[in-house]
Design a protein. Structure first.
Length: 316
DNA sequence: AAGTCTATCAACCGCTCCGCA
DNA sequence: TTGCGGAGCGGTTGATAGACT
């Protein structure tokens, strides 16, 4: 992949040579020197001046993704950052640069990579789930009790349709227990409510638990969201019972608890929201001590066994 | 210990947007 | 008004490290 593109003209004299691939330290230094002199602009002049054999594009990318000050290089996404990304992706779609602008020290590439690996992981979980349920091979995986009996799931994929960007599909599931209704976004990228294209100030987290017998804080959906949802029901009322169970959060994992609305809601900040401090506070408040790799790490492998096999996008 | 799988990161490519002549 | 070039964005790919079998 990483090769060098070169043009040879005027005999064998090398008149144009574009270096590709990993950046060397010396190249970084040259780039930093240029930015300190002229600011982060005029990228193409870096090559035209003969400072680097890189395209302006490549220089800009290197600066934005690696050399820019205050970047959180090598830092995993915190639980709060994950939550912010999930919620903003539901609102904006795959507008990674826009989403990144809400996270201090994160680039669009970071967000994109995070989301991509999350999608892959989820697809794998679903695929494993459907294959194990088809083959009935549960020998090695103890089946978690109290799984909801999903009857339908409408899946959406960021890679299908006219554009892989944006257009989250409306979907949620609901659970009816007499008069009690739970609506939630269980797996944010699979069950996404269609959010109005609103500005951040208007943003409301697409998470809600309404249960009259619950003492949980209620976060009502805006009406327009309620009407946009495509609910389906499942009959297992154990889930309802377990929501009041302190161990329920463990069942879904800490972040699952966030997404199910079991954790305190936070308000997303405006561009350059820095969740690091908040996440520390939140984590200690919830007794969270480990660093979360992902929303799904703590999901039982076959939690989707009772779902109808979804149509997995061919490519994620 | 070795092979395989998975997650993550870094960088490229193609496309679109925007300013300018 | 239009064409051009630079900048920015999103999708994709390849390398690599770590986990798993």
């Amino acid at each position: 992949m990483h090769g060098n593109k070169r043009k040879k003209e005027k005999g064998d004299e090398l008149v144009d040579y574009i270096r590709k691939g990993p950046w060397k330290k010396e190249e970084d230094e040259v780039l930093l020197s240029h930015v300190s002199k002229y600011g982060p602009r005029d990228w193409s002049s870096i090559r035209s001046k003969g400072l680097l054999q890189r395209t302006g594009k490549s220089c800009r990318l290197r600066w934005v993704n690696k050399l820019r000050p205050n970047l959180k290089n090598g830092c995993k996404f915190t639980a709060e950052e994950e939550r912010v990304v999930i919620e903003l992706q539901a609102q904006f779609g795959n507008k990674w640069a826009k989403i990144a602008s809400y996270l201090s020290g994160r680039t669009d590439n970071d967000v994109k990579n995070f989301w991509s690996s999350r999608q892959k992981r989820l697809a794998r979980i679903l695929q494993a789930s459907s294959s194990t349920s088809n083959s009935k091979s549960h020998r090695n995986k103890p089946k978690p009790h109290h799984l909801p009996n999903f009857q339908a799931a409408k899946l959406s994929s960021s890679s299908e349709g006219e554009s892989s960007s944006s257009k989250p599909q409306p979907c949620s599931f609901s659970c009816n227990d007499n008069s009690e209704v739970i609506k939630m976004v269980a797996l944010p990228d699979l069950f996404k409510p269609e959010l109005p294209n609103s500005e951040p100030e208007e943003f409301a987290a697409p998470l809600e638990i309404n249960k009259s017998s619950s003492n949980m804080e209620q976060t009502p959906f805006p009406n327009e969201l309620q009407t946009d949802l495509t609910p389906f029901s499942f009959g297992d009322q154990d889930l309802l019972a377990r929501i009041d169970d302190p161990s329920f959060a463990d069942f879904f994992g800490p972040l699952g608890a966030y997404e199910l609305g079991l954790a305190p809601q936070h308000t997303i900040g405006f561009p350059f929201f820095d969740p690091s401090e908040a996440s520390c506070r939140m984590g200690s408040r919830l007794g969270i001590s480990k660093s979360y790799d992902s929303v799904f790490d703590d999901f039982p492998v076959d939690m989707f066994d009772q779902m109808d096999p979804p149509s997995i996008p061919s490519k994620l």
